[in-house]
Ligand binder design. Sequence first.
Ligand code: DC
Length: 226
Amino acid sequence: MSMNIAIDGPAGAGKSTIAKRLAKELGFIYVDTGAMYRAMAYYFLQHNIQGDDETAIAQACPDVDVTIAYENGEQQVLLNGSNVTAFLRTEEVGNMASATSVYPAVRTKLVELQRRLAERSDVVMDGRDIGTCVLPGAQVKVYLTASTATRAKRRYDELTQKGEACDLQKIEQDIIDRDDRDMHREISPLKQAADAVLVDSSELGIEEVVSEIRAICEKAKKERQA
Ligand code: DC
């Protein structure tokens, strides 16, 4: 049976950085589920489909094929066969992903793909509903969070480093709106699974968070063997 580590939490909590590092250290596959929702959102944007038009989105879903591949250990997202990874990490695509991930047609498709990946490989999978819905039987579940101000500042620094002009207050407001949508949607809202361990990264560096989660994994491994 494969070993599954689920890391959920709000936008900007550091999930992907931590999950990627952890997967590398453990020799597991890293699965970034947010990138899959972003790929679908990118398709809707490219086809001028509005984020609030559920009918058009449901109609488009059968035409959208999202798959993932690995290049030098890095996840690549293929949208109808084309590698779109480089276009997914913009605010526009992130907001569209948050808006369109509320629809069952979108979620059903991606959850199926995520479960298949976790069945065949040891994975560290991050997202919003991994511990609660996608992999309820995951051996390790972590709910990784940080204060809104910390998350906004991290995002601001990331964009500034890339040379993108941005406004800290707007980023913080976007994060608040995104949290609100992700936590209050009807299907699979973001919430801490009852058996997940809460890790608050507001005052912690990457190494500290990774070692805290590794300790949680070690404990789970020992419990499994006992
Ligand atoms: O983690 P991220 O910012 O790349 O995710 C983008 C959006 O996708 C997020 O706001 C909500 C949605 N999402 C989801 O609904 N379920 C997941 N497992 C992952 C992401």
